[in-house]
Design a protein around this ligand. Structure first.
Ligand SMILES: Cc1ncc(COP(=O)(O)O)c(C=O)c1O
Length: 393
């Protein structure tokens, strides 16, 4: 049996061993509740404060702008539901929301749920490469309260010019802009300060995509933004996210953010070299690469072999101990065509063939050329099996 090969880093990353070491004391001896006033409680509180500073430095924000949550999904829900409810309560006006059909379900679903409650909703169109045009922002209804545009797509890796889109929106509208930066963070440089100057009021990042643990993420937001909590209780996180803090996960998340924002240019260049080699190898074998005319994350390749079902390919590769995805991890297990490819107008028959290969970009788990060559060798085995099967059938 060959060693397992993991090429699904957009779904989740292995925890960085250095991060794990930093977390362990907070799961053992240093277990105190950070709200407790005695010494060990104060130690837990200080650990959270330090993590908040690390996150703030990593995204170029102020520590007071960070709200810790348990996941990127929660941070997106907090922003969307929290802002919609506060706006409705404060103005009595109808909330109007907007995002592209290519957004992650944890942006789309809360917007659709609010639509059921009477909010307005507009879909931002994308072109065949998955890119939102500036004019799409201008064309949004005048009363648009909130628009959310992801910085990089989890399936295609397509990078949007969020600053430019926000500037365009804010020039013509009075509403707010949010960006889901869960996939972009740790793969490209990020400055909340600059984004904020361009008109972005809030940004989401998540720990388990950058070598941190599952269970810690953050909403980075302008403090002037009025939001209701979605979890009420003891008033942690400035009243925006009640619940005893997951100190170990937050500590790990803070350190992971620090490490994910270091050596970015070098790591991105290395990933790009591997990605370029991989995509050439896939094309030589007849694959179509989606969104290959625009800027994409250097670790994400979304491709299809015409006439070959993506799920079949993924499960045959799984038998060879190769882990890749047939689309968003959160959507796997659901049959059908990726809504992202649908929104891009990709032929549904071709879209059924979609497979996503996402490389590791952190030094402790970087997918190098050798690992991708091994992947292509296993792919050849599987494509050969399918050809033989087709010849017999
Ligand atoms: C673009 C994007 N946003 C949000 C999320 C959700 O993050 P989490 O898994 O931390 O809830 C994901 C996870 O796949 C994602 O890819």
């Amino acid at each position: 049996m060959s060693a397992a090969l993991y090429l699904d880093h957009n779904a989740t990353t292995p925890v960085d061993p250095v991060v794990l070491d930093a977390m362990l004391p907070f799961m053992t001896a240093q277990f105190a509740n950070p709200s407790a006033s005695y010494e060990s409680g104060r130690l837990s509180r200080r650990a959270i404060d330090r993590a908040r500073e690390q996150v703030a430095v990593a995204v170029d924000a102020d520590p007071s702008e960070i709200v810790f949550t348990a996941s990127g999904s929660e941070a997106n829900n907090l922003l969307i539901q929290g802002l919609a409810r506060a706006y409705r309560a404060e103005t009595g006006a109808v909330v109007h929301l907007a995002c592209a059909a290519t957004e992650h379900p944890c942006v789309l679903a809360p917007m659709h749920a609010l639509q059921q409650e009477g909010c307005g909703f507009s879909t931002l169109p994308v072109d065949t490469q998955g890119v939102i045009a500036k004019t799409a922002m201008t064309a949004l209804p005048a009363q648009t309260t909130l628009t959310s545009v992801m910085m990089a797509n989890n399936e295609t890796g397509v990078v949007q010019n969020v600053a430019e889109l926000a500037t365009e929106f804010r020039a013509t509208h009075r509403g707010w802009c949010h960006t889901d930066a869960v996939q972009a963070f740790g793969k490209q440089a990020m400055s909340f300060r600059h984004l904020h100057a361009a008109g972005v009021s809030a940004l989401t990042i998540s720990g388990h995509k950058i070598g941190g643990p599952k269970g810690a993420a953050a909403l980075v937001r302008d403090r002037e933004l009025s939001m209701h909590p979605i979890i009420y209780g003891g008033g942690q996180e400035g009243g925006l996210r009640s619940g005893t803090e997951n100190v170990a996960a937050i500590v790990g998340f803070g350190l992971a953010c620090e490490r994910a924002s270091t050596d970015l240019a070098t790591r991105a260049k290395r990933a790009l070299d591997v990605q370029t080699w991989l995509e050439q190898a896939l094309r030589q074998r007849g694959a179509v690469i989606f969104a290959d005319e625009v800027l994409r994350l250097p670790n994400t390749t979304y491709a299809a072999f015409p006439g070959i079902d993506g799920e079949t390919l993924v499960s045959l590769l799984d038998r060879q101990h190769v882990a890749i995805s047939s689309g968003a991890a959160c959507g796997s297990g659901k049959a059908g065509v990726s809504p992202v490819l649908q929104a891009m107008g990709v032929d549904p028959v071709l879209a059924k063939g979609a497979i996503r290969i996402s490389l590791g970009m952190m030094p402790y788990a970087a997918s190098d050329r050798e690992s991708v060559e091994r992947f292509v060798a296993q792919l050849d085995v599987v494509l050969g099996q399918l050809q033989r099967f087709a010849a017999v059938a």
